[in-house]
Design a protein around this ligand. Structure first.
Ligand code: GLU
Length: 505
């Protein structure tokens, strides 16, 4: 069921998708789903200098992986295409010209060199309501000279003429009333000399033409909002302007400043959703997906960075989020990113996910690490046994490898010092009893073991840990009798024998 609510995620294809970008996409998606609206992906690629090949595909793949595929996108065009701004180039000029005609924008002929000179001469130079009166533009040149220069083909840009002194206000869905003094805002370029629009013009024109009703974007765009309000006012009318929601920043773990890719590199956690390989340097940056995050956990974790449902609940499926999402519960303050907490979300989701659903990803990971899985049923049993211990999908490697390969060098160092004949006899007897066992399950194994312990006057702890090390190779893993049951009789006996030889040798 669709209604008139239309939201957009409008990334620039400049590289890997930062988790802040995915969260922006997610909040747009959730708002659309909650309200029966349409979620649009628009690629904002007007800045050719920052364009990076492959980034658009990567963005689409990220959204697909997260389960938040757009309803309309370059790959799935709706009635409002094209969905790439570079393919809409011809649309924008008329709007820039309309603003010039209305006296709300002007032509500027200043060369790059002249502007550079201004910047060198004046610290913090801005092209604004004040300096524009002394620069090379249609306001200072007059109509005849401007027309002559345009006719002669002199390169020029179109700049927005910000009012010298006016309070520009709008209502943000998260922040409420936002007011900015226009004197603080410079005269942004709207149309470049090559006819390409800048982000500011394109975003407003496209939000209008694509009938966008609500726009969630990062807080870093808040300073641009007065420019956009001004454009809306003079081009289409403020009554048609989308409702803005500027999302709180995602902060570094210590709360000081915005989380950047460099923080991830420095502190050893991913910041991108999926692996990203820079096509120029061929350098690959690790993503959450490749590190072993489930998409459900990644999305759940992102939703909680700046939102909650007002209760203590932290684990939400995408469907639940879509049903409960409310703008009123988005926080104003920045949200600290905590990688340990992110891993906790993943662990909870691994626990929650059916063993059958984990089979394919875990099998792929084990195969990648050189562990051959011949029997899917056996792997399912192993997954069921160890999944509560895994934070990341890669933890399945350590937690399940010993089911597939006998530990060649069990960590017997901790067992050796207290080893004695008594214990040696105990384990030899254990092998004999195991050989006699008709049933091979965890309950019977535990019963048999306990009876032997009671009969031999050994403390259970003195033989339980050695048994674990013999079977697993180290002091970790699931319940030792569960492990023994899954390993099977022959493997258990063989592993105990191997360790006994090492301990005696
Ligand atoms: N193209 C902008 C970006 O890269 C979009 C900002 C907006 O949503 O208005 O994030």
């Amino acid at each position: 069921m669709e209604n008139d609510i239309r939201v957009r995620f409008a990334p620039s294809p400049t590289g890997g998708l930062h988790l802040g970008g995915v969260r922006t996409a997610l909040f747009n998606y959730l708002f659309a789903r909650r309200n029966g609206g349409t979620f649009i992906l628009r690629i904002e690629d007007t800045d050719q200098g920052r364009f990076v090949a492959g980034a658009e595909d990567y963005i689409l793949q990220c959204l697909d992986w997260c389960g938040i595929s757009p309803d309309e996108s370059p790959a799935r065009p709706g009635a409002f295409g094209p969905y790439r701004q570079s393919e809409r180039k011809a649309i924008y000029r008329q709007y820039a010209e309309e603003l010039v005609k209305k006296g709300m924008a002007y032509y500027a002929f200043d060369t790059a060199a002249a502007l550079e000179q201004q910047r060198t001469a004046t610290p913090n130079f801005q092209y604004n309501h004040d300096t524009r009166n002394r620069l090379d533009n249609s306001l200072t040149l007059g109509a005849a000279e401007t027309a002559a220069r345009v006719a002669a083909g002199n390169p020029h840009v179109v700049r927005l003429k910000m009012p010298a002194q006016e309070i520009i206000s709008f209502t943000d869905m998260i922040r409420g009333e936002v007011s900015v003094d226009s004197a603080q805002v410079d005269d942004k370029v709207l149309l470049k000399a090559d006819g390409m629009p800048t982000y500011h013009l394109a975003v407003v024109v496209d939000d209008y033409l694509m009938k966008i009703t609500h726009a969630f974007r990062g807080e870093e765009w808040l300073p641009s909002a007065p420019v956009h309000v001004q454009l809306w006012k003079h081009l289409f009318g403020l009554d048609k302007m989308p409702q803005w929601a500027h999302l709180p920043l995602i902060l570094k773990p210590d709360g000081h400043g915005k989380l950047s890719k460099r923080d991830g590199d420095r502190l050893g956690f991913p910041v991108f959703a999926m692996n990203w390989t820079d096509p120029k340097t061929l350098e690959t940056t690790k993503g959450f997906r490749e590190l072993g995050f489930l998409p459900e956990a990644f999305v759940n974790m992102l939703a909680m960075l700046g939102w909650n449902d007002g209760t203590e609940q932290e684990i939400f499926s995408l469907e639940e989020l879509a049903a409960k999402f409310s703008v009123e519960r988005i926080h104003k303050a920045g949200a600290k990113f905590d990688f340990e907490k992110a891993k906790w979300f993943n662990q909870e989701w691994i626990k929650k996910t059916d063993t059958e659903a984990l089979l394919a990803p875990v099998k792929a990971i084990l195969t990648e690490k050189g562990i051959a899985v011949a029997d899917d049923n056996f792997l399912s049993t192993v997954i069921g046994l160890v999944k509560d211990r895994c934070h990341l999908l890669y933890d399945f490697v350590e937690q399940s490898a010993y089911f597939f390969t006998a530990p060649e060098h069990p960590a017997l160092e901790s067992v050796q010092p207290k080893w004695n004949d008594h214990k040696q006899q105990f384990f030899m007897e254990l092998i004999r009893q195991m050989e006699l066992m008709q049933q091979w399950d965890a309950t019977d194994l535990e019963k048999e073991f306990k009876e032997m312990v009671a009969a031999s006057q050994i403390k259970p702890g003195d033989v339980l840990l050695p048994l674990r090390v013999m079977l697993v190779g180290g002091k970790f893993g699931a319940g030792v009798f569960d492990i023994a049951a899954v390993l099977g009789k022959a493997a258990c006996i063989q592993r105990i024998r191997h360790s006994l030889q090492l301990l005696q040798g």
